[in-house]
Every structure is written in structure tokens, then in C-alpha cells.
Ligand binder design. Structure first.
Ligand code: NAD
Length: 418
């Protein structure tokens, strides 16, 4: 894993790579490579022992041409301004790639949540929600879960916002618990789109996903659900990992049993249905049909990419490959299906949640999953159209061509630029 690659520079390079296939004015191109604004704040929180601690926190609003800013809130010690800017930009192009009416935003707090009590995390989250209040709103900027945040944090943000605004506005955040205005299917949505994109990718390449061998790096929300759904559809999950290391069974692991084990123990390591343990690097270079990086940015750098033996990579994480790794993998004919399509299920079902909140109406899980499948398969078709009609080097560039075109078109139609 490379810590040296700046994810914001990776985003800008990805935009430049795609812009080379579009007739974009240099000034407009510059405009869509930077956030519109970034909030940087210091949250002051009283800990349970009465001491005070200060936490750095950010919210980046990257581009709002296509609708309200939309994107998750991450709690992780590595959160910084550059990471949040990158993640907010990826949200812009993700929402445009799948054609939902949002811009992109992202936020985060530099914190390791396992070091704090639930009460401390609640005070921290409410302090952040108070800082965010002037910026967010169902028509302005809509946070959602990301790494180490979930329904609980979204409920706290919603409650703080509604209390301060003296209103009820469930659409101010998505990823809420069902009884607080959440949507059926939201928790599984990111993993579900990873499964759908994997299925479409195998179909497109003329390969059979049943019996395909799969390795998954990162066994949290995105990775574990993708593994379960692929396991259900006949694929063979031979290795999975988390930050504690990887486990392997050549005949396949029971993805749901491993998820349950991690839920009980906090880690995949020690699961007794595995034949061996390995490092994350060993997992990432396994000879499998499908590799799913589902942890954090920069998991595969240029050096590691040279050792990748998978045929297909479907990116569940945001930005798991550095641009140099992308170049190596394109040259070695590894088919990479990009994050802005593969993990877009999360934001797509967030959009459905927001629509339901505005309608004050609840959709069935079946309806949510059907609509999600339609959105993802249509976006996959848009990707293939550009891939086949332009001389692009890989699927990522094709998807960015689709997305950048949409962002530029909406800016043009608003009369912002000629
Ligand atoms: P999560 O916190 O539920 O899970 C993250 C997992 O990655 C954990 O199992 C953790 O142990 C593991 N991990 C962390 N560092 C690792 C490392 N160095 N090697 C191996 N494993 C490591 O988070 P999540 O929501 O599943 O998010 C994972 C990725 O998916 C992130 O890049 C996130 O931005 C992206 N994503 C998530 C969603 C969503 O709806 N949850 C939507 C879109 C994108």
C-alpha cells in the first residue's frame, strides 16, 4: 500500500486522462478539478474522564452543478484535507456516472473511533453536525455513512440538525436506520452494486461468474456484502481480509459465516473454516479470476500492480489503485472496473432514500433492488458504449468520459459557462 500518493492528485490525473478524449476548454477543465469550498474545523469534545480533546474535521463541497452535494462522512485517523477533497470529487463523477441528480461532497473527522466510548462518539458527532448545520440540508448537502460510520451516526446528525432547525427533515442525511427514515436495501447497496458490476463485467467479457474465484480485501460493509452476494450467485470466495490480515481456503469460504465471525470477534483472523492465513499483499497478488479491493485508497501501487495476477478487478473501495498502478494493469490487460461505477450502489440507494423521505413514502426492498439494478446496468451500458467507440486505454477512462460530459453539460445548460 502506498501512503505517498496523494489521492487528490490521483483524482485530478483521472480527470485529465478522460478529458484528453473530450473537447474541453482548458479553463473549464481546471474548474472541474477543484472543490468549490472546503470547511476545515476543530471540534472540541469533553471526554468521559472530564478532559477536553480537539479533533480536526472537514467537509468538502466539490461541485454542485448537477444537484445538492452528496457524500459520506468518514471517521479514520488518516482523514485529512487532501483525502476529503479527493473523495468529494469522486462523488461528483460517481453521481454523474450513474445519472443521479447530485453533485459531490465528502466529510470526515481525524479520529480512531475504537479508542472512544459510544457517549464520546455521540458528542463528537453532534459537535460536527452543529458545525455542518449551515452547510447541509436536503436541498444543499446530504451526508451519508462511510468508513467507520453508519446508521447510528446518521441518526445523531439528523437529530442534531432537526433540533437546531426546529423542523423534521429526514432527507438531510441518508443511510439512516429504517425507523428514522432509512431505506430498505441501503446497508447492502454498495456490495450489491459491486456484485452487479462483477456480473455485467463477466458477461461482457464472455466469462462465467459461476465458479469464478474471488478475493476480497477489506471485510466491512462494502466487502462483506459483495462477498455474500457473489457467494450466493455461485462464485467461490477463496480469500478475504481486514486490517488484521487475510484468510484463505482454496475450495471457498462461507462468506456469511466469516461475516458473522467478524461481527462476533472484530476480525476475520482466527476463523476456523480457513486453511491458512496470509498478508494483505499476498491476497492482492493472488491468482484469482476476480479481485475486489474494498478497504481504503492506494491499496495497490505501481510496484504491487506488477505482481497482480487477477483477471478482473472490481473496485469496491474509493481510489484503491494509484494512477501508476492503473497504467501497469492496463498494459498487462487486467480489466479494472472503476469505483465510480462499482460502488455507486451506496449513493444510488441513498438517492432512493432521499426520494422516499421527500415523498414521505416507503418503498419495498424488492423495488429498491430492482431500481438499483436498472441504474447500474444502464450505467454499465453507457460505459461500454464509450469504451467501444473511443480509443480509451481502460474502463475507468471510459466511465470518466461519460461522467465529465454530464457535469459539463449541466454547467453549460445553467448558463454558467458558454
Ligand atoms: P468499513 O469500515 O465497513 O470496512 C472497512 C474494512 O476495511 C474493514 O474490514 C477494515 O478492517 C478493512 N481495512 C482497513 N484497512 C485495511 C487494510 N490496510 N487492509 C485490509 N483491510 C483493511 O467501510 P466500508 O463502508 O465497507 O468502506 C470500504 C470502502 O468502500 C471505502 O473506500 C469506502 O469509501 C468505500 N465505499 C463505501 C460505501 C458504503 O456505502 N459503505 C459506499 C461507497 C464506497
Amino acid at each position: 500500500m502506498s501512503d505517498e500518493v496523494n489521492p487528490f492528485e490521483s483524482l485530478q490525473e483521472q480527470i485529465d486522462d478522460a478529458a484528453a478524449f473530450l473537447d474541453v476548454d482548458a479553463g473549464k477543465l481546471e474548474r472541474i478539478k477543484y472543490p468549490e469550498r472546503v470547511l476545515e474545523t476543530n471540534l472540541t469534545v469533553e471526554l468521559d474522564d472530564g478532559t477536553i480533546e480537539v479533533f480536526e474535521a472537514y467537509r468538502s463541497q466539490f461541485n454542485g452543478d448537477r444537484g445538492p452535494y452528496k457524500g459520506g462522512i468518514r471517521y479514520h485517523p488518516n482523514v485529512d484535507r487532501s483525502e476529503v477533497k479527493a473523495l468529494s470529487g469522486w462523488m461528483v463523477y460517481k453521481c454523474a456516472a450513474v445519472g443521479i441528480p447530485y453533485g459531490g461532497g465528502k466529510g470526515g473527522i481525524a479520529v480512531n473511533p475504537i479508542e472512544y466510548s459510544d457517549a464520546e462518539l455521540e458528542r463528537l458527532t453532534r459537535a460536527f453536525a452543529t458545525e455542518l448545520r449551515p452547510l447541509i440540508g436536503a436541498d444543499r448537502d446530504i451526508p451519508a455513512p462511510d468508513v467507520n460510520t453508519g446508521q447510528r451516526e446518521m441518526n445523531w446528525i439528523k437529530d442534531t440538525y432537526e433540533t437546531l432547525e426546529n423542523t423534521t427533515e429526514p432527507g438531510v442525511v441518508t443511510g439512516k436506520a429504517i425507523e428514522s427514515g432509512g431505506s430498505a436495501g441501503r446497508v447492502e447497496a454498495t456490495g450489491r452494486s459491486v456484485m452487479l458490476v462483477s456480473r455485467e463485467a463477466f458477461d461482457y467479457l464472455g466469462w462465467d461468474i459461476n465458479e469464478a474465484t474471488v478475493a476480497v480485501q477489506g471485510y466491512g460493509n462494502a466487502g462483506s456484502v459483495a462477498a455474500e452476494l457473489l457467494d450466493d450467485s455461485g462464485a467461490n470466495i477463496v480469500a478475504v481480509s481486514d486490517s488484521s490480515g487475510a484468510i484463505h481456503h482454496p475450495d471457498g469460504l462461507d462468506a456469511s459465516a466469516v461475516k458473522e465471525y467478524k461481527l462476533q470477534t472484530g476480525a476475520v483472523g482466527g476463523y476456523d473454516g480457513a486453511t491458512e492465513t496470509m498478508t494483505n499483499e499476498e491476497l492482492l497478488t493472488m491468482d484469482v479470476d476476480l479481485l475486489i479491493p474494498a478497504a481504503l485508497e492506494n491499496a495497490i501501487d505501481e510496484e504491487l500492480a506488477r505482481d497482480v495476477h487477477a483477471d478482473i478487478i472490481v473496485e469496491a473501495a474509493n481510489g484503491p489503485l494509484t494512477p501508476d498502478a492503473d497504467d501497469v494493469l492496463s498494459e498487462s490487460d487486467v480489466h479494472v472496473f472503476p469505483d465510480i461505477l462499482a460502488n455507486a450502489g451506496g449513493v444510488t440507494v441513498s438517492y432512493f432514500e432521499w426520494v422516499q423521505n421527500r415523498q414521505r413514502f416507503h418503498w419495498t426492498e424488492e423495488r429498491v433492488n430492482d431500481e438499483l439494478e436498472r441504474v447500474i446496468t444502464e450505467a454499465f451500458d453507457d460505459l461500454v458504449d464509450v469504451y467501444e467507440s473511443h480509443d480509451v486505454p481502460n474502463f475507468r477512462t471510459a466511465m470518466y468520459v461519460v461522467a465529465i460530459r454530464r457535469v459539463l453539460q449541466s454547467a453549460r445548460e445553467s448558463g454558467v459557462w458558454p
